[in-house]
Design a protein around this ligand. Structure first.
Ligand SMILES: [Zn+2]
Length: 232
């Protein structure tokens, strides 16, 4: 068995039977033909009980290592810290430089990161753009709460990007497109206020919470600038 696969014991949630499942600890789409599609459509995580045919989705940590596009996304279910400190992993990939390394807690965020990096976008700027546009959408919908949002479209030719947000208790999907200028502006803010995070070596979590923090720092700096101008 290749080193990136392990056998795990699985107890069927339906019949309680104990069986085995082969799971990937890491995948490499540059080397493994066809694995990208199997990851993105969730097939890689599907499991069928050999005794009762019950099908389920297994959730377990998996590292997606796209060497060609120079990014790694580590899906660790329910991961709730900002940074993953894994010495063994760091040493294994220590010779690789300028690689975007991210950790995500859910399958949807996992897929979104892959889409962002494959599109050649900067995920920090995307996250900031997503936050800014979600505030516009919320205002448009009389302050409706936005539970989550994902980059769902990117078209360089028409100069647009699109986000799908999930609104209110019902989690109704809502698509909002934006011009790339907003992304450009976000990029400027990231360059000025997120330099420290850009230099971090480990796997980090770049999400809405992170974007809120950057936006807060940006607004505070603007505010201080304004106050200083008034004093002059
Ligand atoms: Zn079963």
């Amino acid at each position: 068995m290749p080193e990136n696969k392990v056998t795990k014991a699985v107890v069927c949630p339906m019949c309680g039977e104990l069986s085995k499942a082969e799971i990937y600890t890491s995948v490499n789409p540059t080397i493994q033909k066809g694995i990208r599609g199997r990851v993105l459509d969730g097939e890689l995580f599907s499991w069928i009980c050999p005794s009762c045919n019950h099908s389920a989705r297994l959730t377990y940590p998996i590292l997606y290592n796209d060497m060609k596009n120079r990014f790694m996304v580590y899906l660790i279910p329910k991961f709730d810290r900002f940074q993953l400190c894994d010495k063994e992993l760091e040493q294994k990939y220590s010779n690789l430089r300028n690689i975007n390394k991210r950790v995500v807690p859910t399958f949807n965020l996992f897929k979104e990161k892959i889409f962002i990096f494959e599109s050649g976008l900067d995920d920090m700027s995307v996250e900031l753009t997503k936050l800014a546009i979600s505030q516009t959408v919320s205002k448009k919908l009389d302050g409706e709460k936005i539970t989550e949002g994902y980059l769902s479209m990117y078209d360089r030719e028409s100069n647009t990007m699109g986000f799908t947000y999930f609104i209110g208790e019902e989690c109704e999907p809502y698509v909002q497109t934006a011009r790339l200028e907003i992304y450009g502006k976000s990029k400027d803010i990231v360059d000025e206020f997120a330099l420290k995070d850009k230099k971090l070596k480990g796997f980090i979590k770049i999400d809405r919470e992170w974007a809120e923090n950057i936006l807060y720092r940006y607004k505070r700096a603007k505010h201080i600038e304004k106050l200083n101008k008034l004093k002059e």
